[in-house]
Write a protein that binds this ligand. Structure first.
Ligand SMILES: [Zn+2]
Length: 674
């Protein structure tokens, strides 16, 4: 790679997710800094359909895509030359990426002829014959003033024969060299394009050839043209593996929100797609509650915004019923308002993905969203199912929570943050595996002792963990049961348990007398008094001082996104203090680097917990006296410490900027002394 190429975009790779190719990066064009992963709204004719530039700026759009083919025909290159480029012409202060025109030449109706030298097509504006060569395309893109230009390529449908695909690919490679030569020493960036239709051998050959040419970035072209999403994902993964780490990667023309999630997971940084605005025109909104089709009569009188979790202008200002009405009377304002929301939702999704990659929480986020986005991103028949599911869910709400049902199992979703508890794993099974089995609860109850075994259940939720403990204790209990169980649940908002109790069909573990007794009496004691379950309502931070010191902690609140106060360094310091007198063990579902650092700095020893559902690992905290006795857990070692030192998520949540004592506390932690 030449110095000039590095100079053009100043690309910096900031983080790559664990067990995933997802990456966060940044680069700088002549107009602004671009943070990736990023989505580029499509401004075909130097305008995003129905959207004002102010709204695009407000949405956080960093790059707009414009189509060279269309701009060549109208307004024509001389207009851009007169105005000094597209930025001045449309008064757009941020970056612009232009495609080369290749895709349109090959995909739009009308006659065209391909030669080695150029492509020839008939203008749909005035029927004149236009020749587009790699040199002419670059000349046009230079005049348009794009920050990022694309090489001219030959696109073929993904279904063509191997020999045709191979021929088009070879022309694309030769045109790539000609495009780079035509760019010359212009400071405009230029991306190469990997082609090869749906043939793995051709995709590999194309990627290996194109990366030999020193482009500023690399694109995957010719997808989203008829292949299945599985084919596209396989192809994307295969190609990104061959692309250099230190250049942006752009998947052209893709796609739905689920497609974006899958492609980010496979290492793509940049996207464009017309769907947010084109589907808006059809009355379809992407929302955190699912994909909503406003043509459905169910929305006719519905109050509230189209997406309760969205902060866009449309959601702040209008009800679903009003948007439904605008759609029904074909009012263009409806199209515009829905497009605004959709673009906002896409941009917000990209920012959230980036935040999770940087925070080291990508994989759980990916797996959770995958289920959600999949349910909403369906066309046709499946869409009916989604809407019905969304409607059914709308009936099942209480306070800030709602019930989501998947395969006859209920999940609690926090509507303010959008977070779903235990998604990706059956909650009952996760409760048994992560909390009951890992803590060896039954064995410990069977070991004779005069002292009761105290279990703290932090984040009662729908009581999945508490009930798993109670059922395990009941099943193991016999005359010989030697030790009492005191289970203390902490919860500040009981709506989730109340909501789950209203739906015993989907929360089977609640078919028991204990949960209702707990709600009405704050306490439930079994027949033999061997099991006592108490509820401490209110903030855990304050109520934990009212409970006997724990032997075991099930630490299962919502994540930092929802229950931020519970995951901070000060919170773990207090928790470690509460555990300091006993050999106590804490079990939690996260394996975030930042949380582990907070636990270490807070005074716990930290070990790897077993994986569950989508999570490869979870986390166990041990009090110093627990660490000093045989425990059978695998403590984090030098390998983790080295990873932490390289991580962007070093700092524990909630640590004050001027207090870096945690840094030494982690580095000097006795568990890393060998
Ligand atoms: Zn919105």
């Amino acid at each position: 790679m030449t110095d000039a190429a590095t100079r053009r975009l100043h690309f910096t790779l900031e983080a790559t997710a664990l067990s995933s190719s997802a990456r966060a990066a940044r680069f700088t064009t002549r107009h602004n800094e671009v943070l990736t992963p990023t989505f580029m709204p499509v401004g075909t004719h130097a305008a995003v359909r129905s959207q004002r530039r102010e709204d695009l700026l407000e949405s956080g759009a960093q790059v707009l895509l414009a189509n060279t083919y269309h701009l060549l025909l109208r307004p024509g290159i001389e207009i851009f030359q007169k105005f000094g480029g597209i930025h001045a012409f449309m008064n757009w202060p941020r970056s612009v990426l232009t495609d080369s025109g290749g895709y349109q030449i090959f995909s739009l109706p009308g006659s065209r002829t391909l030669h080695e030298e150029h492509a020839e097509f008939t203008s749909y504006v005035d029927n004149t014959v236009i020749r587009l060569s790699p040199e002419r395309s670059i000349e046009a893109q230079k005049a348009i003033g794009a920050d990022i230009m694309m090489v001219l390529d030959q696109c073929v449908p993904s279904t063509v024969e191997h020999s045709v695909a191979r021929g088009a690919m070879q022309v694309t490679h030769r045109w790539a060299h000609r495009s780079l030569a035509a760019r010359g020493d212009s400071m405009q960036a230029l991306f190469g394009i990997v082609q090869g239709a749906s043939y793995a051998d051709l995709r590999i050959e194309s990627a290996q050839t194109i990366v030999q040419i020193p482009f500023d970035g690399y694109a995957i072209g010719g997808l989203a043209v008829g292949e299945s999403s599985a084919q596209r994902e396989d192809c994307t993964a295969m190609v990104t593996e061959l692309l250099p780490q230190d250049r942006p990667r752009y998947l052209m023309g893709v796609g739905t929100t689920r497609d974006l999630l899958e492609a980010v997971h496979r290492g793509v940084d940049m996207f464009d797609c017309i769907l947010p605005t084109s589907l808006a025109k059809q009355g379809v909104a992407f929302t955190s509650l699912g994909r909503r089709d406003l043509r459905r009569a169910a929305y006719r009188g519905m109050e509230g915004p189209i997406d309760p979790a969205c902060s866009c202008y449309t959601c702040k200002t209008y009800s679903i019923a009003y948007l439904f009405h605008l759609q029904r009377v074909h009012e263009t304002t409806g199209w515009q308002l829905l497009g605004l929301h959709n673009i906002h939702f896409y941009m917000q999704l990209m920012r959230t993905m980036r935040a999770h990659i940087l925070a080291g929480t990508w994989l759980p986020f990916y797996h959770a969203q995958r289920g959600l986005l999949d349910a909403r991103d369906s066309y046709g028949k499946a869409a009916t199912h989604v809407t019905r599911a969304a409607r059914r869910a709308a009936k099942h709400k209480r306070g800030r929570y709602e019930v989501i049902v998947k395969d006859e199992v209920g999940y609690i979703r926090d509507m303010t943050s959008g977070e779903v508890m235990h998604l990706g794993e059956d909650p009952e099974q996760e409760a048994r595996s992560l909390y009951v089995e890992q803590s060896r609860l039954v064995e410990r109850l069977q070991a004779p002792s005069d002292e009761p075994l105290v279990v703290w259940d932090v984040g009662l939720g729908a009581a999945a963990n508490a009930m798993a403990a109670i059922l395990a204790a009941e099943n193991s209990s016999s005359e010989s049961t030697a030790r009492r169980l005191i289970l203390v649940s902490f919860e500040n908002d009981l709506d989730s348990l109340k909501l789950a109790l209203d739906h015993p069909r989907w929360f089977k573990h609640l078919r028991h007398a204990a949960p209702r007794a707990l709600l009405s009496e704050n306490r439930w004691i079994n027949g033999t008094s061997a099991i006592e379950w108490c509820l401490l309502r209110g903030d855990f931070a304050a109520r934990k001082f009212d409970a006997p010191a724990p032997d075991i902690i099930f630490f299962d609140p919502f994540s930092f996104r929802t229950d931020s106060a519970l995951w901070t360094l000060p919170a773990f310091r207090e928790l470690a203090q509460a555990c300091s007198q006993k050999p106590a063990e804490l079990f939690t579902y996260t394996y975030s680097t930042s949380v582990r650092a907070a636990m270490l700095a807070g005074g716990f020893y930290v070990a790897k917990g077993r994986g569950t559902g989508p999570k490869a690992e979870t986390t166990i905290g041990l009090s110093p006296s627990a660490a000093a006795t045989p425990h059978g857990h695998e403590l984090l070692g030098q390998e983790w410490l080295a990873k932490w030192r390289r991580s962007d998520a070093q700092a524990p949540f909630g640590s004050a900027p001027d207090d870096v004592s945690w840094h030494e506390a982690v580095l000097q932690h006795p568990q890393f002394r060998t």
